[in-house]
Write a protein of this length. Sequence first.
Length: 341
Amino acid sequence: MILTTGGTGYIGSHTVVELQNAGFDVLIADDLSNSKQEVVDRIEQISGKRPFFEKVDLKNKEKTFELFQKYPNIEAVIHFAASKAVGESVENPLKYYENNIGSLVNVLQAMQEYDVASIVFSSSCTVYGQPEILPVTEQTKRKAAESPYGNTKMISEDILKDHSVSDKSFKIIALRYFNPIGAHPSGLIGELPNGIPNNLVPFVTQTAYGLRTTLSVFGNDYDTPDGSCIRDYINVVDLAEAHVVAIKRLLENKNKSNFEYFNIGTGQGVSVLEIVRTFEKVSNTKLNYQIVGRRAGDIEKIWAETSFANTELGWKAKKTLNETLLSAWNWEQKYRASLTE
Ligand code: WQD
């Protein structure tokens, strides 16, 4: 059984589907602070199998240990549970350190107590900051984080590394996500931000649906071909599959060291305005957008060099930007329609 903490969230839910498709039993532990329990029903609908679910506050050490005691057949963990809004982390850093660091330490201590030796950790390209040289490889130096959120990812990686040095039986893979976007082709699960979306693609689809009047493009005066920021947008199902490959690597003892990390991206840099234009094309809609000032904390451009994940991990992103943006649009329309049923 694979414990997925934060498993009703955006990346987590897509990963639970792929884990179950790969034949794993899955236990979801989530506090539902940023997701809905009905996602469990959707996962069952998609994969034909219902994951186990426990509502758990992983900031509570006792409750975290009780979870492992209740499920003695946990063989590995994928740790998604974390707060992830960059702006909110600047306003309320203590919430981010308590949740993101506290929960990870509790999970690691419970794993040690109950002899669970494998963990895949949800990390982020944010640990690279604004790289001097592009594309980014796993050898690219990490940089001081631009936000408390980013800092919790840096600190979490350091905690995992230190723990892997102190306890050789622990096997850890950190996956450094670039920008996850899109939704499962069924349109039954997808990104569901609370309130006004921070991230670009949900804001695009909500604008196209008419929930937002205008998309603000944060700056077109960057040193990029069209002046807007460049990111490496990765399909969430491709990303989910990377977790299945990583957990198998650990369970089959194919890892080369007990602390590994991989860039999980497409290798393609895409600008904000290219996202807008591509979305308009695939959705056959006209997006209302305006160019506004830069957003504080944004880096100018980043995309991954993916050969290490491709060759060593044996994983490669497969889905195109067109089908990924269309999946996001399909999800937005289906989800909104389901609210009126
Ligand atoms: C992408 C680009 C914006 C919204 C952050 C975190 C990362 C991960 C994903 C959690 C930027 C522009 C955005 C909008 C815009 N977080 N934009 N108008 O900032 O690259 O990454 O979210 O998992 O760790 O750092 O993603 O989608 O917010 O922005 O112009 O309304 O879109 O300026 O250039 P980001 P994003």
